[in-house]
Design a protein around this ligand. Sequence first.
Ligand code: CTP
Ligand code: CA
Length: 223
Amino acid sequence: ESKFSKTQLLIKKKILITAGPTYEAIDPVRFIGNHSSGKMGFDIALAAAENGAEVILVSGPSSLSISHPNVRLIRVQTAVEMFDACDSVFDSVDVLVGAAAVADYRPKHVADEKIKKDADSFVIELEKNPDILATLGNKKKEQFIVGFALETTNEIEHAKQKIVKKNLDLIVLNSLKDEGAGFGKPTNKVTFITKNFDIESMPLKTKEAVASDIVNKIIEHYA
Ligand code: CTP
Ligand code: CA
């Protein structure tokens, strides 16, 4: 039995969600990645689907799976693959939620063969990945776009800058200051900031409860 409410208030709405980390290859056996489990994005996908939305979930490498008739899961590895998958459907969706922990950079050159430990030290040159939310945000028409932000200093100010830069409607600021929040934890402490800079600080909650809150914000937007 699902932990999410089933209002059907998102029926006929198409929601694109990014989730998980991205893996950026260094050579055939090594990559640059991060500790994102994908749980936040998968929970949002299920909550949206339970409320009647048609969901496209684009996930980087994650051990999670999802089984709901309203959810189409597209698995990708890299930020560029995630961008391409999102860009190809963006014009047809109503909502975009960027819950992925996208790698900001990728190795500029990927070695064809496994790198041998011949050198005493070596440098990997990195180049910037596309910013999925910023690119799609700046070409959006009617889409409602939700982003996440992870900050360690001037949290609110930096999150507001991301709203403007990426043309977001809502940002979910993850607070790392709380012991129970963040990567690998079952709980999150978030602050919602709207495009009008209205601020709402939420108490520590399970990731399922945070997912419900985010889906309720989407429902309110269409109410
Ligand atoms: N994001 C994205 N594509 C990227 C990087 C980030 O779509 N290449 C999205 C994330 O999914 C998240 C939001 O942008 O919803 C903010 O991500 P975050 O890492 O906090 O911000 P950045 O813009 O990458 O800036 P920085 O890491 O320098 O703080
Ligand atoms: Ca980043």
